[in-house]
Design a protein around this ligand. Structure first.
Ligand SMILES: C[S@@+](CC[C@H](N)C(=O)[O-])C[C@H]1O[C@@H](n2cnc3c(N)ncnc32)[C@H](O)[C@@H]1O
Length: 162
């Protein structure tokens, strides 16, 4: 048995996300493909945690839990990859992974009490929210970053790296 097995970590959801999508099959492949808006409903118990956000940040890093993911899958062929190419889940943004934590950066549209309206997310209605962090350009932007998307139907063939 691995030295990590058995060291389970308990997380308590801090809210829910509302997107209007009823199942994973209804969701866009990733958040940037959702041109609508979504609502993040924070448990009012955590309202104090929003203090200062509105004046400080335009974008939010959202962490959430994919409850319908296959946690045993370590390799998969994503639906938008052409052909049968298989990748490890740590080389993908696939929902299926041992700890199905999802991450998206979204724009804050409005904050109304415990409800934050953001640019569109890619999860089902009622998805559990794990954490919110401000997107900090000086920390998060990586000007030299490249992601090779050759053979990917989501991206233009003319631009193999993103
Ligand atoms: C490719 S993942 C990207 C998630 C996140 N933006 C990221 O990069 O970590 C988005 C897909 O997860 C799937 N999905 C959405 N809600 C889910 C849920 N509750 N459980 C499992 N899969 C889900 C949908 O098929 C959706 O297209």
């Amino acid at each position: 048995m691995s030295e990590y097995a058995g060291n389970d970590i308990a997380l308590t959801p801090i809210g829910k996300i509302w997107t209007g999508f009823k199942s994973p099959a209804d969701c866009p492949f990733n958040a940037h493909l959702n041109e609508g808006t979504s609502q993040i409903e924070l448990d009012p118990a955590y309202l104090d945690g929003l203090f200062g956000l509105q004046d400080r940040a335009t974008h939010l890093v959202v962490l959430y839990w994919f409850d319908q993911a296959d946690r045993n899958r370590l390799q998969t062929s994503p639906p938008h990859v052409k052909g049968d190419d298989v990748f490890g889940v740590f080389a993908l943004r696939a929902p299926h992974r041992p700890n199905p934590i999802a991450l998206s950066t979204v724009e804050i549209k409005a904050i109304d009490g415990n409800v934050i309206t953001v640019s569109g997310l890619d999860c089902c209605d009622g998805t559990f929210l794990l954490d919110l962090k401000p997107y900090v350009p000086a920390v998060d932007r990586q000007d030299t970053a490249i992601f090779n998307v050759t053979n990917n139907a989501l991206w233009e063939e003319t631009s193999p790296v993103r």
